[in-house]
Design a protein around this ligand. Structure first.
Ligand code: XMP
Length: 512
């Protein structure tokens, strides 16, 4: 993406690299992450106005250690090295790095030696988060020491003439309480950035970019799932090209209660989008009849979803592009961060070759919280913007064993009660995902004076950052009690309620 003020973080394999980019963006400066071994030409093409070298686990004096092209030092832009990034800078520019006598991990007391610019306003003695074995023992020519610790003679260094700075500690983590101030100093005092990257500007510039890159007759299709990412991507593209965007919403009959209505009302009525809603619930349930194996269920739902989407897209006639709600973390992981927002004639996964659709991925440079802000900026309702993630196969992986229309209806009701109570308790945004599961267990109970033999509902509530790991959420007992009595009283098919207290690993978030 082109931005007047742009920081490029070169990733040397540090665990906090994404966090650095997020912090810079929080300070309203656009920031991208690129691999450390990007070529000089490719880096120049992104037009960086400052560089940050990330941390990393390597030692600069070992053979085969990650190094960048030395011409990056000739770009005439400010550079800040963090941890390994500082050691690399020291080694590259004529300083000396050695394995430290005392390795430093965790919160460390640091002392400011020079508070002219990078450390302006920072307390004389401050806490920095350290995580290093090696250390700079001699700064390169033209550098000064600007902070030290009891164990590290060079905890921060500066070459003011060239605007090169190094920090042995991590300013991006919350354990360095004045880290934000240090990053602000770098961006404002050293790079002289004004900090004008806002979601409002993002909406303006990406709308203009989509308009510019599409021919005035080209039509675009988008699959709406009810999830945040596709919703925001569709709203953004709609803002750029209006009716030339056609959204397809495939209702596989395994949605949460009220989901279809919310999509229809927001996109069909409020946004007045060109929206095709396909009611395919019956087809999916027919295909799922008698199927109990979790993987087989997933495959059936996934494959048929693509078939239905394809069938509808084919009816639309001439379509050139498909909108996808890809986010920045996926792009960073797949190592394709330099690609433009619009790719021509990419072979879109799952769709037939003869459709020859290009891809529009308007959110591919955004983190999830930024996507939510863009959604609000575009006027999407909070209910859609803050909706918890929902798996593609929907309730199909939350009903264990065979999926039937009756079980879907029971689970939809139960899930709606759970969500309503969690929202009423003000916990919805704090929790990554909360939902009901129908484990297909019938047990004996008694309601009134009558014996019952009915379904159990499991409640799953987890916190997570990315869905890769998760912790079960300790819901208050009173709330669990309220949910329990509502479920067994309001839904005749339910007579028991249990709470899942398994983290991931060893459990997964979904039950199938
Ligand atoms: P698991 O169950 O693997 O889930 O711990 C991790 C996260 O991924 C979501 N999930 C899916 N999302 N299609 C999706 O789009 C899927 O097939 C799928 N399966 C799981 C899950 O809800 C959780 O957020």
């Amino acid at each position: 993406m082109k931005a007047a003020e742009k920081v490029v973080v070169l990733d040397f394999g540090g665990q906090y690299t994404q966090l650095i980019a997020r912090r810079v963006r929080e300070l309203k400066v656009y920031c991208e992450i690129l691999p450390y071994n990007i070529s000089y030409e490719d880096l120049c093409a992104t037009e960086p106005s400052a560089l940050i070298f990330s941390g990393g686990s390597a030692s600069v004096y070992e053979p085969g250690t990650p190094r960048c092209d030395p011409r990056f030092y000739e770009l005439n832009v400010p550079i800040m090295g963090i941890c390994y990034g500082m050691q690399l800078m020291a080694a590259d520019l004529g300083g000396e790095v050695k394995i430290g006598k005392h390795q430093e991990y965790g919160k460390t007391n640091l002392f400011v030696a020079d508070d002219q610019d990078l450390l302006a306003g920072v307390s004389k003695e401050f806490v920095g988060w350290m995580s290093h074995g090696d250390q700079v023992v001699a700064v390169p020519p033209q550098f000064n020491v600007i902070a030290r610790s009891n164990n590290t003679a060079v905890a921060a260094m500066a070459d003011r003439a060239r605007k090169y700075f190094g920090l042995q500690f991590h300013p991006e983590v919350i354990h360095t309480p004045q880290g934000k101030l240090i990053l602000t100093n770098f961006l404002q005092n050293i790079c002289a950035f004004s900090g004008d990257w806002t979601m409002e500007n993002f909406v303006e510039s990406s709308t203009a970019e989509i308009k510019r890159m599409l021919d005035s007759r080209e039509r675009v299709v988008c699959g709406l799932s009810g999830g945040v990412d596709s919703a925001v991507a569709a709203a953004l593209v709609h803002r750029a090209i209006g009716d030339r965007l056609v959204c397809i919403f495939v209702d596989h009959g395994l949605m949460r209660k009220g989901e279809k209505e919310a999509v229809m009302s927001t996109f069909g009525r409020e946004f007045n989008m060109n929206l095709v809603a396909v009611d395919a619930g019956h087809e999916f349930l027919t295909l799922l009849r008698g199927v109990t194996d979790p993987e087989a269920k997933r495959k059936i739902i996934g494959n048929h979803f693509i078939r239905v989407f394809e069938r509808e897209a084919d009816k639309l006639g001439d379509i050139s592009y498909l909108v996808q709600g890809t986010l920045y973390p996926d792009v960073i992981e797949s190592g394709t961060a330099t690609a433009a927002v619009i790719k021509s004639h990419h072979n879109v996964g799952g769709l037939p070759d003869d459709m020859r659709l290009g891809l529009i991925e308007p959110l591919k440079f955004l983190f999830k919280d930024e996507v939510r802000q863009v959604g609000l900026e575009l006027g999407l309702p909070e209910e859609i913007v803050w909706r918890h993630p929902f798996p593609g196969p929907g309730l199909g992986v939350r009903i264990l064993g065979e999926v039937t229309a009756e079980k879907v209806a029971v689970l939809q009701e139960a899930d709606a009660i759970v969500i309503e109570e969690i929202k009423a308790a003000g916990l919805y945004r704090e929790i990554w995902q909360v939902f009901a599961v129908l484990p297909n267990i019938l047990s004996v109970g008694v309601k009134g004076d009558r014996r019952t033999y009915a379904h159990t509902i499991v409640l799953r509530a987890v916190t997570s950052h990315d869905g890769m790991t998760a912790d079960w959420y300790p819901l208050p007992y009173e709330l669990l009690g309220r949910i329990s009595s509502r479920l067994v009283n309001e839904i005749p098919e339910i007579n028991r309620f249990v709470y899942d207290v398994t983290s991931k690993p060893p459990g997964t978030i979904e039950w199938e």
